[in-house]
Design a protein. Sequence first.
Length: 309
Amino acid sequence: MSRARIRLATAVFASALAIGTLPAAAYAAPVNGASAASRHHALSAETIRQIPLQGAVNVRDLGGYSTYTGGQVRQGLVYRSDALSKLTASDVTTVSGLGLTKVVDFRIPMEVQYDGADKLPAGLVSTSRSVSDLGLYGTLVSAIGSGDPVKQEQMLGGGRAESYMRDIYRTFVTNPDSRAQFATTLREIADGNQGPMLYHCSSGKDRTGWMSYVLLRALAVPQDAAGRDYLASNTFRAAYDAQVRAGLKQSGRMQNPDLLIPLQEVRQDYLDSATTQMEADYGSFYGYLTQGLGLDVKTLAKLQAKMVR
């Protein structure tokens, strides 16, 4: 994609943002003469770029997605992941090959205390940027630590786990501190002087999932593609999460580890809780970006110019 076309795509996107609309028709609009049908096939055929590691299962390059402005998100600039505290020496070598210049950790201090600090290549230190989990991690530690099936059912059963997750997603939008952490990360990504970076939480699916969804949509990636990236955590985490549940049952700490499934999974319902809250508070995705996150059109255009080719 030429520089002129990048500037044109940026201008079109910035203009759409400026009037508060991201045209719905553009989600299926022909690009470069392609038919709507072939465009849909191209989107469906996009491959999520996982970075295979032994000590982390949900590490991905966010690049490669097509945008409705006719561009493609650049690879090798932004990565999303689960915690990096259990990386092997081989994993660290692989991560070193990504050329990262910054790692942002959305975990709260309690998570870092229990699970450990990130293991990173020499010279790279995580930046702590805690985003509230509404006490979920502490609740899990208490429930599992009790070994009491009645208490575990009372804490997590009967739809309570699902309700907890919906509440957490709403706070991604309503909590000023959380908005500030996401906004700072987006500004860093937009900075032309910032090299490749990675952000993560514990499982790489909720705080990281929302951050990625917002970033992709801000880059004019169609909503359905951004949603697929969000839901893909279920695919990458399924085997590991099943092993965790099996281990808890075998150790006797949980008679019914399936109580954890709503907490281990990502669900469209959870994402919808955040987007519905976003629309209620700010009227639109653009309103969330500019009012909620405090990003101006110039910053959003810089983000587009840097991240889309």
